[in-house]
Design a protein around this ligand. Structure first.
Ligand code: SAH
Ligand code: SF4
Ligand code: F3S
Length: 472
C-alpha cells in the first residue's frame, strides 16, 4: 500500500492499547503506537471513544489469558454501539494469546478484526489499512497474521517516536530456546534473537536525547544476549554478550542508570558479573528467577541448574558488588513437587535473603510438557504459596528496614500524592517517598532513608555538599 493510500484513510484517529503481561509487551505497545502514528492514530487513555483498540495479551498463566476474553466481551458491546452511531472501531488482538490461539480468537470472538503475533506487529499498518478498505458492514472475516517471519521485525520498526520519560525500556533480545517444562514463552515468542549492538546503542542514545536517565534492557532471556558486535570494534565480525553491551552503554553521557531483565541463571557469565563490579551505572539489583530450591523439581522443570549452583552464583555477584540485592520468581506446585521439595525451596529462600520476589501457583499451559503430568492438588498449591509468600514478605520488610539510615541515590520519576512530595526509585527498585520540590523530577538525588514499610521506603533529601557523590 502506498503512503498516499494510507493518508487517504488516515485522518486523526484515537488509538487505545491495553497491555497485559511482561515489560516486553509494554515495550511492544510503545512500538505499535509508533508504527500507527503515520496513519493518523494518536494514543488515548480509554477505550470508550477509540477508533482502534489493541489488546496486547499475555498467555503465561491461565488467569492472564482468560482476562482477554472477558475484555473482548466488553468491547463487543462498545464496538456495536459505535457502529450504531455511524462510527467504526477496529479491534485487534496481539501478543502471546494471539500467537498461541490464533484463529481460535476469531472463532470465539468474530467481532475481532485483526489477530497478530509478537513477531508480526511491524506489519500492523498494512493490516489496519486492509481492514479499513473493506466497509464495516461487509462482514469480512478478521485478518490473521501469526507466523514467525524470516525477517526480523526490528529492521522494520520506525525510530522510537514518543519520548518514554526518565526511566525507559529497551528490548535487546527476544524469544527463548530454554523450553522450561511449564512455560509458553518459547512457543509464543519463538526462537532466541539478539539485536545488533549498534542498533541497541543508537536506540539508547535516542532515548537519552529524549530525556531518559535510566534504561532497562529487556529480553525474555536477556543475558542470553549475543548481538552482532559493532563495526570498527575489536570484536567486529563477532558477537557481544550482555556484559560487553553494558560496558558500551556505560559510556553514553547522561545515562545514569542501567538495569536488565529477565535473566536465566544458566546464562550468567564472568563478563556480566564483572560488569556489576566495574560499571557504576549498572544498578546493584538483579532479578534472577530460580523457580524452586529442589534439585529434583529443577530437573523436572528443565531448568538446567541446581539449587547450589544458584547459591554460588549469588555469591559471585555479592563478591563483585557487596551491596547487591536480589529478586526472584518462584513456582509452587509444579507436577511432582512434594512437601520435601517445597521445604528445599523455603531453605533456599532463607539462605539467600531476597529484597523482593514474585511467586505463583503452577498453572498448566496447553502444549507444554508439564501440563501432561499428574497435577499437584489445588489445596497443597494454595497452602505452599501462602507459606512462601509469608516468608518472602518478611524478607522484603527486613530488607527495606535494613536501608534505614543509608543514603541512596533516588531517581524521581513522578509526583507524590500531595504537593511538595515526589516519588522515585532507589537502586533496589524500591518506591521512595520524599518531600522535594518539583524541580527535582527527573533528577538522581541522594536521599537519607528514614522510614521503611512493606512495599516502599521514605526519606529526606541529603543536602550535604559532598552527598552527590555517594554510591548506593
Ligand atoms: N523469561 C522470564 C520470565 C518468564 S514468565 C524468565 O525466564 O524468567 C515470568 C515468570 O512467570 C516465570 O519466571 C515463572 O516464575 C512464572 N511462570 C511461567 N510459567 C508459569 C506457569 N505455567 N505457571 C505459573 N507460573 C509461571
Ligand atoms: Fe520460559 Fe524458561 Fe524461557 Fe524463562 S527461560 S522464558 S521460564 S522457557
Ligand atoms: Fe506473557 Fe508473553 Fe510476556 S506470555 S509474560 S506477554 S512473553
Amino acid at each position: 500500500m502506498s503512503s498516499g493510500d494510507r493518508e487517504a484513510i488516515g485522518l486523526s484517529k484515537r488509538l487505545y492499547i491495553k497491555t497485559y503481561g511482561c515489560q516486553m509487551n509494554v515495550y511492544d505497545s510503545t512500538r505499535m503506537a509508533d508504527l500507527l502514528a503515520p496513519l493518523g492514530y494518536r494514543l488515548v487513555a480509554a477505550s470508550d471513544e477509540a477508533d482502534m483498540v489493541i489488546l496486547n495479551t499475555c498467555h503465561i498463566r491461565e488467569k492472564a489469558a482468560e482476562k482477554v476474553y472477558s475484555e473482548l466481551g466488553r468491547l463487543r458491546a462498545l464496538k456495536a454501539a459505535r457502529a450504531e452511531a455511524g462510527g467504526r472501531m477496529v479491534l485487534a488482538v496481539g501478543g502471546c494469546v494471539a500467537q498461541a490461539e490464533g484463529a481460535e480468537i476469531l472463532r470465539r470472538a468474530p467481532h475481532v478484526d485483526i489477530v497478530f503475533g509478537p513477531q508480526t506487529y511491524h506489519r500492523l499498518p498494512d493490516m489496519v489499512a486492509r481492514t479499513l478498505l473493506v466497509p464495516a458492514d461487509a462482514a469480512a472475516r478478521g485478518l490473521l497474521d501469526t507466523e514467525f517471519p524470516a525477517e526480523a521485525k526490528f529492521d522494520f520498526l520506525p525510530e522510537m517516536a514518543a519520548p518514554q520519560g526518565v526511566a525507559a525500556i529497551l528490548s535487546v533480545q527476544e524469544g527463548c530456546d530454554k523450553f522450561c517444562s511449564f512455560c509458553v514463552v518459547p512457543y509464543t515468542r519463538g526462537a532466541e534473537y539478539s539485536r545488533p549492538a549498534d542498533d541497541v546503542l543508537q536506540e539508547a542514545r535516542r532515548l537519552v536525547g529524549a530525556g531518559a536517565r535510566e534504561i532497562t534492557l529487556l529480553g525474555q532471556n536477556v543475558n542470553a544476549y549475543h548481538g552482532a558486535a559493532p563495526a570498527g570494534t575489536k570484536s567486529a565480525g563477532g558477537e557481544w554478550g550482555l556484559g560487553r553491551l553494558i560496558r558500551a552503554l556505560g559510556e553514553i553521557p547522561g545515562l545514569d542508570r542501567l538495569r536488565y531483565t529477565t535473566s536465566h541463571p544458566g546464562d550468567v557469565d564472568d563478563a556480566l558479573v564483572t560488569a556489576h563490579r566495574d560499571v557504576p551505572q549498572l544498578m546493584p539489583f538483579l532479578h534472577l528467577p530460580v523457580q524452586s530450591g529442589s534439585d529434583r523439581v529443577l530437573a523436572a522443570m528443565n531448568r538446567k541448574h541446581t539449587a547450589d549452583a544458584y547459591r554460588r552464583l549469588i555469591e559471585r555477584f555479592r563478591t563483585a558488588r557487596p551491596d547487591m540485592a536480589f529478586s526472584s520468581d518462584f513456582i509452587v506446585g509444579h507436577p511432582g513437587e512434594s512437601e520435601v521439595d517445597f521445604a528445599a525451596t523455603l531453605r533456599l529462600v532463607g539462605d539467600i535473603g531476597f529484597a523482593q520476589a514474585f511467586s505463583f501457583k503452577y498453572s498448566p499451559r496447553p502444549g507444554t510438557p508439564a501440563a501432561q503430568e499428574t497435577q499437584v492438588a489445588e489445596e497443597a498449591k494454595a497452602a505452599r504459596l501462602a507459606a512462601l509468600q509469608e516468608v518472602l514478605a518478611t524478607q522484603q520488610r527486613r530488607f527495606n528496614e535494613s536501608c534505614r539510615g543509608r543514603i541512596l541515590p533516588v531517581l524521581f520519576d513522578r509526583p507524590g500524592r500531595h504537593r511538595g512530595q515526589l516519588i522515585g526509585r532507589s537502586p533496589y527498585l524500591q518506591s521512595v517517598h520524599v518531600e522535594a520540590p518539583d524541580e527535582q523530577l527527573g533528577a538522581v538525588v541522594p536521599v537519607r532513608i528514614l522510614g521503611a514499610g512493606q512495599n516502599s521506603v521514605a526519606g529526606t533529601l541529603d543536602m550535604r555538599p559532598d552527598a552527590a557523590g555517594v554510591s548506593a
